[in-house]
Design a protein around this ligand. Structure first.
Ligand code: 5GP
Length: 292
């Protein structure tokens, strides 16, 4: 082993600053790959002039592609006979070509879709808006999982995936949810994979979820647009919740109390829309995906 050179204090702090900067470059590159902003070939290009990227391990790079975890990254390297410790700068020409075949450029061919989160107090009419949006085909609308019992008019797999508590626990443990939250005594969660697949395929995705879940989505996907749906008035919201024949009186009372707390959260959202007319809300939501 070579003897490490003796460094002065200044040299040591300069080396430290350089490695911190390199780590930051690599983290930013991986984040851009994750959201589909950089393709593999673009990273290879950047590596030609950026030492920090050139020194990134290939396995780390592959792992950062959306939908590719550590297991698949390692399996891909094994299959292509590339060492798990290989850095980008150490890849041979054939190895690069093989990797590019596995991770072809999609930007341009398929522009990533936008992620829109529609939230707001229970009873405000989110599910009616989501249904109307689904009919326009401008959005792929996510189907959530829930531990709540199905209402008489609901269909498993179309309105919700109705899970037992054990099934929901397992899904949490296996990190299958993009977000999940408890609401009025039941749990609700967004299955992660279908959302990621739809975004990658260039579809705009709508999540119709309650507020805690919306906050979780913003934390993990800052590019998501959070929309808060407001009732035209508090009285209107009360009458909608009171008029819901599908819930028991206790459940309606709990929902009313919750709605009051939820209304106070509007400020955390990117945009607030008043649900006067469903068609207007639908038009505004479609508009949000065009001008950003
Ligand atoms: P409901 O029981 O009336 O269908 O829904 C109750 C609440 O759960 C609504 O506010 C609805 O938007 C929300 N919700 C539905 N699916 C999800 C989900 O996947 N995640 C979260 N966090 N909330 C959800």
């Amino acid at each position: 082993m070579p003897i490490p050179p003796k460094l002065t204090a200044e040299q040591r702090s300069a080396a430290l600053a350089k490695s911190t900067a390199a780590r930051q470059v690599r983290a930013a590159t991986k984040a851009r790959v994750k959201v589909g902003d950089l393709t593999l070939s673009a990273v290879f290009d950047l590596a030609k002039s950026d030492e920090a990227i050139a020194k990134m391990r290939v396995v780390e790079l592959l792992e950062s592609f959306s939908g590719v975890g550590k297991v698949r990254a390692i399996a891909t390297l094994d299959r292509l006979q590339i060492s798990q410790t290989r850095r980008i700068q150490g890849l041979g020409t054939a190895q690069r070509q093989n990797l590019l075949r596995e991770f072809p450029d999609r930007i341009g061919a398929t522009q990533r879709g936008r992620l829109l989160v529609l939230s707001g107090p229970g009873g405000v009419g989110k599910s009616t808006v989501a249904k109307a949006l689904r009919a326009t085909e401008s959005f792929w609308v996510s189907v959530s999982a829930t531990t709540r019992l199905a209402r008489h008019n609901e269909v498993d797999g179309s309105d919700y995936y109705f899970y037992s508590d054990a099934e929901f626990d397992n899904a949490i443990k296996s990190a299958l949810f993009l977000e999940w939250a408890e609401f009025a005594g039941n749990r609700y969660g967004t299955p992660r994979k279908p959302v990621e697949d739809a975004l990658r395929d260039g579809k705009n995705v709508l999540l119709e979820i309650e507020i805690e879940g919306a906050k979780q989505v913003k934390a993990s996907a800052p590019e998501a647009i959070l929309v808060f749906l407001q009732p035209p008035s508090w009285e209107e919201l009360v009458s909608r919740l009171e008029g819901r024949g599908t819930d028991s009186p206790e459940r309606r009372a709990a929902r009313l109390a919750l709605a009051q707390e939820e209304l106070a959260e509007a400020g955390l959202f990117d945009i607030s829309l008043v649900n006067e007319r469903v068609e207007e809300v639908v038009d505004r939501l479609i508009g949000l995906t065009n001008n950003s």
